[in-house]
Design a protein around this ligand. Sequence first.
Ligand SMILES: [Zn+2]
Length: 149
Amino acid sequence: MKSGKQRRTEIQVQRAEQRDDAADAAAKLRLDERARNAKLANGEKARELALVSKRLHVNPANLGPNVSWGWPEFVHRGYYVDQPFSCRACGKEQVWSATQQRWWFESAKGDVWTVAVHCRTCRIKERERKNLARRTHLEGVARKRSDGA
Ligand SMILES: [Zn+2]
């Protein structure tokens, strides 16, 4: 038969063990959380790195003319970013993509201070209108010449 004192000691030991278990569980939880946060941070870092490596960097040597003082924002920033705008002619919401900008400034040598104002459809329409006007003008000139001869 166990004495009352023995029984009390056993209960105290049991409780102490339970407290230790709870403390261990809490510590494990904290470790798990730290590991999860570290994993998230690594994922975030990897995503950031992927974004950085996808950036279209400005190559200043390729830029077209700059007749104004200073340089526009994208040159200071060092890379192109997609730019939303609404078409001046039809009002359609558009994005002037980083790729299109790089082509415009570095391949087409567009003035560094110019920005897209018309959507693709309206640009094509405008070009056709100008071509037609030029053709009509040239035909008129040719007709005048042949009339005079
Ligand atoms: Zn348009």
